[in-house]
Design a protein. Structure first.
Length: 119
């Protein structure tokens, strides 16, 4: 892996994980939220959202693999794992049941791939 590859947020994801992430539609949003780490809550901003995860603006350093809860007033609490951090942005992958995620998020944003596109 080149040095340039190691700076990409998806550099340490497997090819299978990257492919799965690309199958989900990402929507740009600008939502205030909180990131709960253990018993502490920190403010963050959700800048894009998919059924698989989210990209957040978050000023605190955080370890890859850290288990967190993304707290969204308009949707609810979503269990997640930090998969990358680059400067003030982090990526989280949702760890809750995919059907629960689809019910919570799918009703708020059109995040499914239209059948004509996926065929």
């Amino acid at each position: 892996m080149s040095e340039q590859d190691s700076e990409r947020p998806d550099a340490e994801l497997s090819e299978e994980e990257i492919a799965a992430l690309r199958r989900t539609v990402r929507k740009r949003v600008l939502w205030g939220a909180q990131l709960q780490i253990a018993s502490h809550r920190f403010d963050c901003i959700v800048v894009d959202l998919s059924l698989g995860g989210a990209r957040l603006h978050f000023a605190e350093p955080i370890e890859k693999g850290q288990q967190v809860t993304l707290v969204l007033d308009r949707i609810g609490d979503l269990g997640a794992e930090v998969v990358w951090q680059q400067e003030r942005s982090i990526g989280v992958r949702f760890t809750d049941d995919p059907q629960r995620i689809a019910q919570l998020i799918g009703g708020r944003l059109p995040l499914s791939i239209p059948s004509a596109v996926s065929a």
